[in-house]
Design a binder for this molecule. Structure first.
Ligand code: 0X9
Ligand code: ZN
Length: 460
């Protein structure tokens, strides 16, 4: 092809891209839940009697528990509606149970959590324009003999724009846009695998990051966003993806290990927390009753329906109609089962509390290789500088809860299986301001080296 013809084609394609219609704005059809006047209280029972009293109060007022732990003198975080605050204050004072109000107005906290989210538009448009230009330039150059398009896209990694940053929490489209961008821009490293569809039809994406095409290295699995409202979790998972793919100094982490990372296991729930109810936890499947969704972390098929689960469809810990009733947990279990020999570490990111939790979680039981698991977890946790994490058995440190993904992964033979409860310890809880994203991500990432060094020694 003559350079003149190529120039004409290039100009036409570039011009066409500028007149392409914009995506339609999404309609906001659903009611938004307000948490105006709701407070987060942190109560600290000091003995068995006080613990039992608090349990009674929780039941009487059907209070939602954000965090609890079995360990002595550890606080219980409760979401308290404005209707009960005066009465509850009196009852706690009567029982002499110390408590403090950690969030005085939940809706204000929610409003202030993610301030930059709408400001990224211009910057994105610039990135997208620059990306488009480079992409067309790469295509243009590839018309000439001896140049192939593939090589050029590798040289122009910003070929496609994306909206992700780690200064704000992003909607699912931004996250998925970023994953697609990486797959397009780094085809030798990144493969985007859709392992199924969510209840509402969103793709369930796993990012495979590997420096070899064969995929036979021992692997690390990381997932985020099992629980919809734990926004810091997908933020950390996407940060890990970015570091592994876009940061050349992390190349060593890919040398002997493959990665499977699923940043948002429950995309329907995640999106719902952005549009309708910031504090939604479960999936969005229909249950046939007035309440939707199941707790995906009670829906995995090991000890399903045991302690710390509920058959009440309206409960936050509803275990679902049966094990793997949710399309999200089913897809994950099918995918991981197929790679159970290759995957040596299973990490699932939650919030909050700053714990590295070791199975079993269904009850206070210890796997036979618990000490191996604990040694590795301690080594990893010793890398954290900014936030201190507690390492220990899940059911012992927190509470027994059956049907968790960590237990299931352990049960199918993945030796090193952990739940990480990211920051913080309760000042902000699930509503962790976006300014924490970078500190939490940067603090967490170096710990992955510990898992890499262990996995690299294991045979597939
Ligand atoms: O209760 C949970 O599912 C996890 N805590 S969270 O606050 N993120 O909801 C802890 C799960 C620990 N693992 C098991 N119990 N298997
Ligand atoms: Zn969680």
């Amino acid at each position: 092809m003559s350079p003149l013809l190529a120039t004409i084609i290039f100009t036409c394609v570039f011009a066409a891209s500028h007149t392409a219609p914009q995506e339609p704005l999404q309609a906001w059809t659903e009611d938004v839940v307000s948490y105006s006047g709701f407070q987060l209280w942190s109560a600290t029972p000091r003995n068995q009697e006080e613990r039992e009293f608090l349990l009674k109060i929780r039941q009487d007022y059907e209070l939602e528990v954000w965090k609890e732990a079995r360990s002595h003198n550890s606080p219980v975080d409760l979401l308290v509606s404005p209707d009960f605050q005066t009465e509850l204050k009196l009852r706690l004072a009567d029982a002499e149970i110390p408590y403090e109000v950690t969030i005085s107005d939940m809706q204000t906290a929610i409003n202030n959590e993610n301030p930059n989210v709408t400001d990224s538009g211009d910057e994105y448009e610039n990135r997208k324009m620059a990306g488009r230009f480079k992409r067309y330039l790469a295509a243009f150059i590839s018309f000439f003999p001896g140049e192939d398009y593939f090589t050029k896209t590798q040289q122009f990694p910003y070929a496609y724009g994306h909206k992700m940053d780690w200064n704000s929490y992003h909607r699912i489209d931004d996250i998925y846009g970023y994953l697609n961008y990486l797959a397009d821009s780094f085809p030798r490293l990144v493969q985007l695998v859709s392992i199924g569809s969510s209840f509402e039809g969103r793709p369930l994406y796993v990012v495979r990051i590997s420096s070899s095409s064969s995929g036979t290295k021992p692997a690390i699995w990381i997932d985020g966003g099992i629980h919809a409202r734990e926004w810091i979790s997908p933020a950390v998972a996407t940060y890990i993806i970015k570091q592994l793919v876009e940061e050349p100094s992390n190349e060593r982490l890919l040398q002997n290990v493959d990665w499977y990372i699923m940043p948002v296991m429950n995309p329907d729930g995640y999106e719902y927390t952005h549009t309708s109810n910031r504090l939604w936890r479960k999936t969005r499947s229909s249950t046939g009753a007035r309440c939707r969704g199941a707790d995906p972390n009670r829906n995995f098929g090991y000890q399903w329906g045991g302690k710390g689960t509920s058959r009440d469809k309206c409960s936050e810990i509803y275990h679902g109609a049966n094990a793997f009733s949710e399309p999200e947990t089913r897809a994950v279990s099918n995918f991981i089962s197929g790679k159970a020999n290759q995957i040596k570490v299973y990490l699932t990111l939650h919030s909050y509390g700053q714990y590295v939790l070791i199975p079993w979680g269904y009850d206070v039981q210890y796997p036979i290789d618990y000490n191996d698991m604990k040694d590795l977890a301690n080594k990893a946790a010793s890398k954290f500088r900014r936030y201190k994490y507690t390492v220990g058995n899940s059911a012992d440190l927190l509470y027994p809860a059956a049907g968790g993904s960590d237990d299931w992964a352990k049960s199918i033979g993945i030796k090193y299986s952990y739940t990480v409860e990211l920051a913080d310890t309760g000042n902000h809880g699930f509503v962790l301001p976006a300014s924490f994203i970078r500190p939490v991500c940067e603090d967490f990432f170096p710990a992955l080296e510990v898992f890499v060094d262990k996995v690299a020694t294991l045979k597939v």
